[in-house]
Each structure stands twice: as C-alpha cells, then as structure tokens.
Ligand binder design. Structure first.
Ligand code: SAM
Length: 401
C-alpha cells in the first residue's frame, strides 16, 4: 500500500458515503516520547473514539470471516501508512483516544491471523473493550486494559539507568540527590493524580519536581534551611500545569508535627511516603546533631531513622506505599548492610514488604576520579566496590500483629 494519502482519498473504497464509517476519518498520527526516563520515542495515534469504535463494530457484525478481515485489513493499512496530513481533520468535536501505534497494529494483526470467526470476534471485542472501558488500579491511574502500552513503567526488580534525567528543573546540583527517574517510577505506580506525597528527606526537591510534572501534591521535609530554600526556588521553576501544591517544610522529620502540616491543606493522610535518608555518614549533610548523617554509629542512625518512621506512619493511608531509597556503606573493613537494617526497622512497624529493587549506582564524583585506586583497594581488601543501592517498597497494613 502506498504512503500517499491523496491516493487513499480518491479511492472509492474509502469514500465517506460508504456504509461503513469512513476509515480515513478516524485518526491522526502524532509522535511524542512516551515518558522521559527510558529512551524510546514511541509513536501514538490519536483517533476519534466514536468513529474508531464504529469501525470495529462494523467488522464485528460481519457474519463471515473474510468480510470481517477485509474491514480490519483496511483499518490496519490506514493506521500503518497514513502520514501527517491526517491532522487536516477536525478534532474539535467529539472524544479522541490515544493509542500506541505498534501495539494497535499488533492487535489488528492478531485479528487478521485468526482462523475462525469466533476467535476474530473475541479479539475484536477485547480491542473494543480496551478502548471503551477503563480498568484503573486502586492506587494508580494506569488503565490495566491497555497495560501493554506502559512499557516505560518498570516491573523488574533490577533498575539500570545509564543517564539521569536532567530536563527542566532537574539540575542535579545536590550531592547525594537521587535520580528523578526513581520518584517518577514510584509516583506513577503508587499514586493517582491529585494524591498527596510526603518526602521526609526532600533535599534538593527532586520528588517535588516530579510531583509537579505528574500532577500530584507534594510535601517535603528538609532539615537544612539553606538546601530547603534552594529546593523551593527550583521546584517553583517547574511548570505547574496540573495546579497542584508543593511545599518544602524546614524541620526535623523525627519531630515535625505532620498533623499540623496536613491540616493546612485540610487533609489527614497522604497516599505515598518517599524516604531517601542519608546513607548514615557517607555524606555529611550538615553539622546539625539532628541530621541522620551525624549519628554517632549505626545503632544511633537506625534509632533516628525509626523515629522518623514513628512520626510519619500514622499519616499514611492504609493500603498505600512507603518507598525507601537507601544504599549500604563500608566501614573499618566491614560491609554495613544499612539497606537491610533499615528494612528491618520498617518491618517492625505496620508495613509488609512488597519489593526490593536493586538499582545501579553512579560513581560519586570523588570515586570517579579515583577509579583505579578503588579497584586496587578492592583487590587488596577483599571487597566489592558499591555499584548498587536499594529501592524498597512497603505496603502500609492495619495493625500488624
Ligand atoms: C540523601 S539526601 C536526600 C536527597 C533528595 N532525595 C534529593 O533528590 O535531593 C538526605 C537529606 O536528608 C536531610 N536530613 C538529614 N537529617 C534530617 C532530618 N532529621 N530531618 C529532615 N531532613 C534530614 C539532609 O539534609 C539531606 O538533604
């Protein structure tokens, strides 16, 4: 089939007076990147919902497999070969739907490959349902009937990112920040638009920038007022197209009055807590004794971490998630599994463990300059150089016994 749309227009088979809804009037192609954290540039097609469903219906009510396939074949060809001039059509009227082109084509191919009329109709109905109906998860906005389209959402427990997202307000200036892809993934999976997110160690505001992008409200607590001020400044530079609230509260997460913070917005619970504490003293964030990075030893660090948990847990809605981002440390010839120690602290409270994700770890600037030295040290000392950190997901449960 030709790529040339004008040929299609002249073809009587595609005339709008034809009994079936004119196939050429159903859609428009656009190209845009799906979501920024994974490098793909998926092509979406925007269709007039009513017309598209009508085309599927016309095919569905054919009582002969060949006729049904003829209709689907036409539809597939139009979707496959139409180019930009599709946008000539007027989209101001009626509802549109946006579908991943490659997935739609594979669904149409499945219909075309059916050996029986019943099978073809089964696939057709399934495709129609996935367009008409929405099956949302309880805790996110994903339409599970179109789950194949979400290949930007990671479901494996090994996350490897080669680059950090540095777009917009994500400047990555703060030593010890996390890459924006972490809150991005967690927010999409565990919250809905308009939900409230609490980040107890908000640092440079990475979580809040993602909140603005994804239409979630965000409250960040940060002990260091200077860092908090900078974070606020940056966050406010990110476009707020969903008109949500973001706030940085300068306070100690162990003692801040969360109830009061939430009351200001007339809410009493949040739907997600993100915690990215210092990895004990790997980076000293300040001289403040209240700073977890100044804990005298691992025990004190865990005690302080536990105090934060105790201060915030009751404000997380039951059934919702706490995400902990943490790495281990090395001290006096010993690997200190801070991640698992912190996990145990969480599990002493009202949470169940849902996942442990291992994420690759970029070298800190210092380590990057001393790569050879670290390799030598590792060989001499019998240890491995840290290349990973953890993202642990916990589900808040009611009154854990
Ligand atoms: C690992 S950083 C978080 C970085 C953040 N995720 C980002 O992307 O910028 C930990 C932060 O916790 C802050 N912090 C340490 N102790 C705290 C406490 N008791 N209460 C609130 N914040 C604290 C530190 O100042 C530091 O900014």
């Amino acid at each position: 089939m030709s790529n040339d749309k004008s040929k299609l227009r002249k073809n009587p088979k595609y005339d709008s007076n034809h009994n079936d809804v004119s196939l050429e009037r159903i859609g428009q192609h656009i190209k845009y990147p799906l979501l920024k954290d994974i490098s793909h540039n998926e092509e979406f097609i925007i269709l007039k919902k009513e017309n598209f469903i009508q085309v599927l219906n016309d095919a569905y009510y054919k009582n002969n497999l060949k006729l049904l396939k003829n209709n689907i074949q036409k539809l597939r060809d139009i979707i496959t070969y139409e180019k930009n001039d599709f946008k000539d059509f007027n989209y101001n009227n009626g509802e549109t739907i946006s579908l991943r082109k490659d997935i739609l084509i594979s669904e149409l191919n499945q219909i075309l490959n059916s050996r029986t009329l019943n099978r073809a109709k089964y696939y057709l109905k399934r495709l129609e349902n996935s367009v008409i109906k929405i099956k949302n998860g309880k805790i996110n906005d994903l339409n599970l009937l179109r789950w194949k389209e979400y290949n930007d959402i990671i479901t494996d427990s090994l996350w490897i990112f080669s680059n950090r997202d540095t777009s917009g307000a994500h400047l990555g200036w703060y030593w010890g920040n996390f890459i924006p892809q972490i809150p991005h993934q967690i927010i999409l999976r565990y919250t809905k638009k308009g939900d409230w997110i609490l980040d107890t160690f908000v640092g440079s505001g990475t979580t809040l920038i993602e909140c603005r992008r994804l239409g979630r409200n965000g409250i960040g607590i940060e002990l260091n007022s200077e860092v908090a001020r900078k974070a606020e400044e940056l966050v406010s530079k990110e476009q707020n197209k969903y008109n949500i609230i973001t706030e940085v509260v300068v306070a100690d997460s162990r003692t801040v009055n969360i109830k009061k913070v939430l009351e200001k917005y007339e809410i009493d619970k949040v739907q997600l807590i993100i915690m990215h504490p210092p990895y004990h003293d790997i980076i000293r964030f300040s001289n403040n004794k209240k700073d977890l990075s100044n804990a005298k030893n691992t025990e004190e660090f865990l005690k302080m971490f536990g105090e934060v948990l105790d201060n915030v847990t009751e404000y997380l809605e039951n059934g919702r998630y706490l995400a902990l981002v943490i790495g281990d440390k090395y001290s006096k010839g010993e690997w200190i599994p801070l991640g698992f120690y912190c996990m145990n602290e969480v599990l002493k409270r009202d949470y169940s463990l849902k996942s442990i994700v291992v994420k690759n770890f970029e070298d800190t600037r210092g380590k990057r300059d001393q790569k050879e030295l670290w390799r030598y040290r590792a060989l001499v000392g019998g240890f491995y150089i840290f290349k990973h950190e953890y993202i642990m997901l916990f589900n808040k449960i009611n009154d854990k016994k």
